[in-house]
Design a protein around this ligand. Structure first.
Ligand SMILES: [Fe+2]
Length: 450
C-alpha cells in the first residue's frame, strides 16, 4: 500500500543521537575520551578559530592523553566539496585513526562527510548527497567539539556541503544518513564565549529556525517536536543577552542548551523551506547560514502561517507574546512581529541587498567560485528563478507545513533580497503562489491549465 499518497510522513523515523557531554569544562574531556576509544592519531578538522587559542589548547589536551594530532585548518564557511576531500586526503596520508571537529557546523559537516568518504575508500564527496546513500555505517570515530550556539551539526545525522565541481555546481546539498553522525558530541559554553557578537546572533537565528521548523513541520515526531518549541522559548529568553554580553555564562549556557535541543528536534522532525532557501542563497552567495535564516524567517513564517496557524500561535506564546483572547491567526501574526523585533535587536539586516557577500565569512571563506561574484546581492529574474528551482529540489522542502511552488519560492526569495523586514498585513505571497498575475489577480493560462 502506498500510504504516502494518503497522508504525509506516515512512518516517522527516530535518528539515534550520539553520546554527548555538555557543560563548563566538557571540552577538556575530549583527549581522554579519544584515548579511551582507542584513538592514537587523530585529524583535527577546523577553520582554525584563529585568535581564540582553542585549537592549540585542544591539541595539548589530546597529546597529554597520548593521542597524536595532525591539523587540517582550512575549513571554509559553507564547507566546499574540496574541504572534505582535502581533509580526507590528509587523514589517509597521515594514517590517522579518528577525526576531531572543532568549531561550528562547517567544521563538523566537513569531518562528518570526510569520515563517510574514508569508509568508501575516498569516493567523491558529491556522491553522498540525498537520503541513506552511505553503503556502510562503519566509519572512523569522530569527536565533535562545538563552539557555536547554532549549528546542531555536532549531534545530527545530516551534512550540508557545497558542490563546486560537478555539472550541478553551484549546488549546496544535504546528506542524511546515520553514518554521518558523530561518535561523541561535546558542547562547552565556555568555548562559545569566544564567538564574535554577530556570530552569536547569526547562529542563534539558526537555532531559532531549527526549533521553529521542527515544531511547525509536517513530520510531527512527538518525541522531538516539543523540544523545538522549548528551544524557541530559550532563544527568546537568552539570545539578546548572549549576543551583547557573551561573558554572561547563564545566557550562553541557555543558548547552548537551545541549540542542542533544537538539533535533537530537527534530527527526527526535520526542517522546512527556511533551510531550503538558506541553502540556495548560500550556493550563490557564500554568506552565513544563520544570517540567511535571520533575514528569511519572518518571510517564511508569513508564507506558512495560513497552513499551520495553531502551531504558529504556540510559537508566538513561546516568543513571550500575550496571545490570550486571540484566534490562532491573530496570535501567529504576533509571533512574526516578535521574531522581527528579535532580529532587529540582534542586528540582523533588513534584507540580502544590505549584506556584503564578503561579510560574515570565516577567515578562509573565499572559495574560488565566489571570487568573481558581485559585491552586492541584487538577484535578477534569472538568478531568482535558479535559486527557486534549487529550493524546490532541497531535501528540507517536503517537511514544510505548506506546499511550495517555484513561483512562491521565487517571490519569497525576492522579498528576502529587496523588501524591508516588516510583517505584511496580508499574505503577500498569496497571489503569486497560484500563478496569478500580480497586477490583475487573474490566473495565468499556464497555471490555470495545469
Ligand atoms: Fe541550520
Amino acid at each position: 500500500m502506498d500510504t504516502s499518497r494518503m497522508f504525509e510522513f506516515p512512518v516517522k523515523e527516530f535518528f539515534k543521537q550520539p553520546r554527548s557531554l555538555l557543560g563548563a569544562g566538557a571540552y577538556e574531556q575530549a583527549g581522554p575520551e579519544a584515548a579511551a576509544m582507542g584513538m592514537r592519531h587523530v585529524l583535527f578538522v577546523t577553520s582554525g578559530l584563529r585568535g581564540t587559542g582553542i585549537v592549540d589548547e585542544c591539541k595539548t589536551n589530546f597529546e597529554n592523553a597520548g593521542v597524536s594530532v595532525t591539523v587540517y585548518d582550512k575549513v571554509e564557511s559553507n564547507p566546499k566539496d574540496y574541504n572534505v576531500m582535502d581533509s580526507y586526503n590528509m587523514f589517509a596520508e597521515n594514517e590517522c585513526d579518528g577525526f576531531v571537529s572543532i568549531g561550528g557546523g562547517s567544521s563538523h559537516d566537513t569531518a562528518k562527510t570526510a569520515k563517510v568518504v574514508a569508509a568508501h575508500d575516498g569516493r567523491n564527496v558529491n556522491e553522498f548527497q540525498g537520503v541513506g546513500v552511505s553503503e556502510t555505517p562503519d566509519t572512523p570515530p569522530l569527536i565533535s567539539i562545538n563552539t557555536t550556539v547554532g549549528t546542531g551539526a555536532e549531534t545530527t545525522p545530516f551534512v550540508v556541503v557545497t558542490d563546486l565541481s560537478s555539472e550541478k555546481a553551484p549546488h549546496k546539498w544535504v546528506g542524511a544518513d546515520g553514518a554521518f553522525t558523530s561518535t561523541l558530541a561535546i558542547n562547552d559554553p565556555v568555548l562559545c564565549m569566544t564567538q564574535p557578537p554577530e556570530f552569536v546572533a547569526f547562529t542563534g537565528f539558526d537555532t531559532l529556525a531549527h526549533g521553529m521548523e521542527a515544531y511547525v513541520g509536517r513530520v510531527q515526531h512527538l518525541s522531538c517536536t516539543p523540544l523545538g518549541l522549548k528551544s524557541v522559548e530559550m532563544v527568546q529568553r537568552y539570545l539578546r543577552e548572549a549576543t551583547y554580553n557573551p561573558n554572561n555564562y547563564e545566557a550562553m549556557e541557555g543558548m547552548v542548551w537551545a541549540q542542542y535541543i533544537a538539533a535533537q528536534a530537527f534530527s527526527s522532525a526535520l526542517l522546512g523551506i527556511m533551510h531550503s532557501i538558506s541553502h540556495a542563497v548560500c550556493a550563490y552567495y557564500d554568506i552565513h547560514h544563520g544570517l540567511n535564516n535571520g533575514v528569511g524567517l519572518p518571510r517564511v513564517m508569513t508564507y506558512n502561517q495560513p497552513a499551520a496557524a495553531e502551531r504558529y500561535a504556540d510559537i508566538a506564546a513561546a516568543m513571550g507574546e500575550d496571545t490570550r483572547g486571540l484566534n490562532p491567526a491573530q496570535a501567529a501574526d504576533k509571533g512574526i512581529e516578535a521574531v522581527i523585533r528579535l532580529a532587529q535587536d540582534c542586528g540582523i539586516p533588513d534584507n540580502f541587498s544590505r549584506v556584503d557577500p564578503n561579510y560574515a565569512k570565516s577567515e578562509m571563506g573565499k572559495g574560488t567560485f565566489y571570487e568573481n561574484r558581485p559585491t552586492k546581492i541584487e538577484s535578477d529574474d534569472e538568478e531568482l528563478q535558479a535559486m527557486a528551482e534549487h529550493v524546490m529540489e532541497d531535501v528540507c522542502t517536503p517537511g514544510n507545513p505548506r506546499d511550495l511552488t517555484v513561483e512562491a519560492a521565487k517571490e519569497i526569495i525576492r522579498d528576502c533580497v529587496y523588501d524591508p523586514m516588516v510583517r505584511k498585513t496580508t499574505n503577500g505571497y498569496r497571489q503569486n503562489i497560484w500563478g496569478a498575475d500580480p497586477n490583475t489577480g487573474r490566473m495565468t493560462a499556464q497555471r490555470a491549465e495545469s
